[in-house]
Design a protein around this ligand. Structure first.
Ligand code: ADQ
Length: 746
């Protein structure tokens, strides 16, 4: 099995300089972390033995060099480049990714802009990635897509490779519904549908997972069952996987010769002073300005630390093309100058501010010598610096001050947690951190280290992939029940050879899709035609078994020789004869229950009651999905109490709660025909919980078919109502050709 990693940035950065091509390992947590995992995978006895990486190589490569770069990257590094022009990258990366998604998902809606041109470019780049994956992928590959730049890709891939195992991991926060909904309707729906294309979507924290599921529920109307959402031809599962780091690498770094040398340099520079450290990419989400303000307040409030402390703020240049970043750089420069001018002296520089990237050796060394690390982003998906700092403290010394709005805060409860908007609290936290005893420092760090060691980057990646494989194999099991190929051929053969046949067909969700209101789901001309053809064959009896009221069915199927079962088995009409009740039923309970339903309608906008002869149905398809859950469960509780000693039954349908006389069900309706006719061949199709009653009761030889690839009592499944229609059309046309043949023989 191969693993295809797809991310915006390739694991290698390629630069074209003076006609020469330079290949460098990409920096950044994901590229370095995953690369070491992928390499280690080869030596371990894991299901995946090979990997390749697909992504943008980091800079625009001229057209004439592309073939050379591609072949070098593929043959030497397993890396497949997606070449994008500077213009495309501008609108896609600097544009939609960093001016719309990044600010919005980090709760800076006022910085987000909404340009359709950039959105269209986002679609095009996702399509270019899709083409690149299709070119490289083999049937058994596992595809793992990373991050917010490629949120449309899972669905694009699903469309082209319906059977593929597709995973997606989201590295930044997933915002709450109120923030996510700020995106234009088409964009937000496409993004959610894009992510649902994955078999498994992973997030750093439980909150992000829940926010995503909530957005799906509110905007697309799909409910989930323990994170699993049933999509047209697959199940999409969302779950939490907090990313880890290469723990051993950081924990053992202080003994490496290159790092030792750097440690000595830092020690010589700082002498006896306590070192406070912060390490960030230049980004407004990182809270750099607030942190500097807090340091200024700390120096004002605690003069006893003057001359005894040094704050080293490392800022890595990033996204230099985005205006806000340059404005922020200017502001940081000014703040740093102000602090040093206000508190510094000839012998003491309170703030050392460096705007550059560090090598691993230097970074590990500064983690090792620092006493306090301030990780105080305003918002951060996870934040690896917090984890790297704690992992680097092999001797147990050091204090982490961590923002509660970083994903890492969920796992690092022993850190001093702060609100990054509270300058006062942050200044006090600095003083507290500097005063914590070594024993306490070690106690806290050891606890965090245990967790970081156990759940490192390898474990994170392996957990994700194992879960993806298990979701996929669960799907494969269900798919073996799909009525296609040989299974379908067998069924058609049995159908053709049968002297008498019974077709038991549910209506809503099986023959037609769900509509906003029940009366809108009328059968179309094509369906009527198919049913006419099927029922005109003398050997066939077609029965529509529905929860609908008898007059509606009678009206919709007028002039067709189908039998009807209405109100979930309360009424039966055989071949255009009179309606018969299968059991004497009462409806004197309705007026009392109606009052309760009406009260609930008043409290749940968009809901309404449908009255049938022996049933009442509370519909809430158009209501607020979350309020519905609450109101319907209240309603259900009330009804359970009220009906305890009555001959009534409550039934939960799809976005509908029905109360009806007990003792009637689709089972009684369906079995009535089976017992009376004793047909040679039976096909029973349905999508709802009410159909499960019948599936459960059917003899083993029956072709029972669930609409939806889900667990069911049916033996087989079809993916959608459209597939049911196609199957029935096939049976009806086959029937015609047989009839024609018969006529011809005569
Ligand atoms: P990033 O924004 O890249 O990623 P982060 O988790 O902070 O965020 O990782 C930054 C990495 O860069 C760290 O590994 C750090 O060592 C390195 N780094 C930072 N400053 C450096 C410097 N001056 N010199 C050298 N290296 C430096 C996104 C999300 C995060 C999420 C990660 C992983 O925004 O929230 O934690 O993905 O999922």
């Amino acid at each position: 099995m191969r693993l295809i990693v797809v991310s915006n940035r390739l694991n290698l950065t390629v630069e074209e300089k003076d006609d020469k091509i330079i290949y460098k390992q990409s920096s950044g947590g994901l590229a370095t972390g995953l690369s070491s995992y992928l390499e280690s995978m080869k030596s371990r006895n894991f299901e995946i033995s090979e990997y390749l990486w697909i992504g943008w190589p980091g800079s625009a490569i001229s057209a004439e060099k592309r073939a050379e770069v591609r072949s070098e990257l593929i043959s030497k590094y397993n890396s497949h480049p997606v070449f994008l022009s500077e213009k495309a990258m501008d609108k896609f990366y600097l544009g939609f990714c960093n001016k719309t998604i990044w600010p919005l998902f980090h709760y800076f809606p006022m910085l987000a802009n909404y340009s359709s041109e950039q959105w269209n470019q986002y679609i095009s780049v996702n399509e270019a990635f899709c083409d690149a994956v299709l070119e490289a992928a083999r049937p058994d590959d596992i595809i793992w897509v990373h991050d917010y730049q490629l949120m449309l890709l899972p669905a694009m891939l699903r469309k082209k490779l319906p059977d593929a195992a597709i995973g997606y991991f989201h590295h930044i926060p997933f915002p709450s519904f109120e923030v996510f909904r700020l995106l234009p309707r088409e964009w937000r729906n496409s993004i959610l549908e894009g992510l649902l294309g994955a078999d498994l979507a992973g997030f750093h924290t439980h909150d992000y997972t829940q926010y995503f599921l909530r957005c799906v529920m509110r905007l697309l109307g799909h409910e989930h069952n323990l994170g699993a959402i049933s999509c047209v031809n697959h199940m999409s599962v969302s779950d939490t996987f907090p990313i880890g780091i290469d723990y051993k690498k950081f924990n053992s770094a202080a003994q490496k010769p290159g790092v030792v040398e750097e440690i000595n340099n830092f020690k010589a520079a700082f002498g006896e002073k306590k070192v406070i450290l912060s390490v960030d990419r230049l980004d407004y989400t990182k809270g750099i300005i607030n942190r500097l303000k807090a340091y200024e307040l700390f120096l004002e409030r605690y003069p006893e630390w003057h001359g005894r402390v040094a704050f080293l703020s490392l800022v890595v240049p990033s996204r230099t093309g985005v205006d806000q970043y340059m404005a922020m750089k200017k502001q940081i420069d000014e703040m740093a100058g102000k602090i040093n001018a206000k508190f510094g002296s000839a012998s003491w520089t309170p703030l050392i501010y460096q705007f550059k990237s560090y090598s691993f050796e230097k970074l590990a060394a500064i983690y090792s010598v620092s006493d306090v690390c301030l990780v105080t982003p305003l918002r951060d998906g996870m934040n690896l610096v917090a984890k790297e700092f704690v992992a680097s403290k092999a001797d147990g010394r050091g204090v982490l001050v961590l923002s509660e709005t970083a994903g890492a805060a969920r796992e690092m409860g022993e850190a001093i947690q702060v609100n990054p908007n509270d300058i006062d609290e942050m200044a006090s936290a600095m003083d507290e951190a500097l005063g914590i005893s070594y024993e306490e420092q070690a106690r806290r760090n050891r606890q965090m280290q245990k967790r970081l060691e156990r759940y490192d980057i390898n474990r994170w990646a392996e957990d994700f992939i194992k879960k993806l494989i298990s979701v996929r194999s669960e799907r494969s099991k269900l798919e073996t029940r799909l009525l296609r190929g040989i299974l379908k051929k067998d069924m058609i053969e049995k159908y053709a050879n049968a002297a008498s046949r019974l077709l038991l067909l549910d209506y809503d969700g099986t023959l037609v899709p769900f509509a906003d209101s029940p009366e809108k789901a009328r059968p179309g001309a094509k369906l009527i035609e198919t049913l006419k053809k099927l029922s005109s064959v003398p050997e066939n009896e077609v029965v529509i078994i529905s929860g609908r009221e008898r007059r509606t069915l009678e009206n919709w199927f007028k002039g067709i020789k189908v039998s009807l079962v209405a109100e979930h088995g309360a009424w039966v009409r055989e071949n255009e004869c009179e309606w018969k009740a299968l059991k004497p039923l009462k409806n004197d309970w309705k007026s009392h229950i109606m009052q309760i339903f009406e009260r609930c309608v008043d409290r749940l906008p968009g809901s309404f009651v449908e009255e049938k002869e022996f049933a009442l149905v509370f519909h809430y398809r158009k209501s607020d999905p979350e309020l519905s859950v609450l109101r319907v469960s209240e309603l259900r509780d009330d009804l359970i109490q009220l009906t305890a000693n009555k001959d009534l039954q409550i039934l939960m349908g799809k976005k509908a709660l029905e109360i009806r006389c007990a003792g009637v069900s689709k089972e009684t309706g369906g079995m009535h025909f089976i017992v009376e006719r004793k047909p040679d061949f039976i096909l029973s199709i349905g999508d709802d919980v009410t159909d499960e009653d019948l599936f459960r009761a059917l003899p083993e030889t029956v072709y029972s078919v669930k609409v939806g690839v889900e667990r069911s009592n049916a033996r087989y499944c079809l993916q959608s109502f459209a597939e049911v229609n196609a199957l029935l059309e096939e049976l009806s046309s086959f029937e015609n050709s047989v009839l024609l043949e018969k006529n011809f023989i005569k």
